[in-house]
Design a protein around this ligand. Structure first.
Ligand code: SF4
Ligand code: SF4
Length: 251
């Protein structure tokens, strides 16, 4: 392991990342572009890491979605800070680096709401887990409970690829069947608009985006980003994740 690879791994380990992987950016270039524009032309690698949400969040019967809302938003923020710190760490070592944030910024290609980088395929390619039938990342140790972030960089960083043969059992469709609005098809395609309408309430965004004058003045995507990020949205459904039996593989 080179000094730089060891240093970035230690940097993320020491700050609590539960799982870390890397992938050459050339292997995931489709996931790292927006409408044909690459996020970083001269990128060499992507470093990807994950933090789990505690399983108790999905087991409690009290204030179920509210617990998820608080935990997910705090973890999103923590991961985003870490992607920033890690990008700065790599730049101090001389390598241009771009944080890949958890959720925002987003842009819309209605009906799809899309993050700057598509982190799930990147995480799968980096060895953090497999692709679940519902389109989320499925981890050996944490099921569907991992939240992920990353850094795209001109540094050549290659960690030994973990062996991931994580896949859904053939006869399991629990995450898909659990969706109250049938937003996930059995092919794994997710109807983002149906999901968001059912799973998220954002009073500020709803009121502002209904106002035609404000929508025209600021644009839908700007309202979405400034009013949607972090704690402004309350989650009202997380049944797909809650249903996965692989969330507690060690119990
Ligand atoms: S969050 Fe709720 S609405 Fe969205 S896909 Fe999962 S179960 Fe369906
Ligand atoms: S509920 Fe079943 S099908 Fe869905 S992600 Fe978990 S193991 Fe896979």
């Amino acid at each position: 392991m080179t000094n730089l690879v060891r240093a970035i791994k230690e940097f993320l380990d020491e700050r609590g990342a539960a799982i870390i992987g890397t992938v050459p950016s050339s292997e995931v270039k489709d996931a790292l572009q927006i409408s044909g524009t690459s996020l970083m032309e001269k990128a060499q690698s992507v470093v990807c890491f994950g933090f789990p949400l505690p399983e108790g969040i999905f087991k409690t019967a009290a204030l179920r979605e509210s617990h998820y809302w608080r935990a997910a938003n705090m973890l999103y923020r923590r991961i985003d800070f870490l992607t920033l710190d890690a990008a700065n760490f790599l730049e101090i070592k001389g390598h241009l680096s771009l944080p890949l944030f958890t959720c925002f910024p987003q842009y819309t290609e209605r009906p799809r709401f899309i993050g700057a980088a598509q982190l799930v395929p990147v995480a799968v390619a980096a060895g953090l887990g497999g692709l679940a039938k519902c389109g989320l990342l499925l981890s050996d140790d944490f099921g569907l409970r991992l939240l992920i972030g990353g850094i795209i960089t001109t540094a050549n960083i290659s960690l030994k690829r973990q062996e991931t043969s994580v896949e859904c059992p053939k006869d399991c469709w629990k995450c898909i069947d659990a969706c109250p609005v049938k937003a996930i098809s059995r092919t794994g395609k997710v109807d983002h608009e149906s999901c968001l309408r059912h799973s998220t309430r954002n009073p500020l965004f709803t009121e502002y985006s209904r106002d035609k004058a404000l929508r025209e003045k600021y644009g839908f995507d700007l309202l979405l980003n400034v009013l949607g990020a972090e704690d402004h949205s309350m989650y009202t459904c997380i049944e797909c994740v809650r249903a996965c039996p692989k969330n507690s593989p060690k119990r």
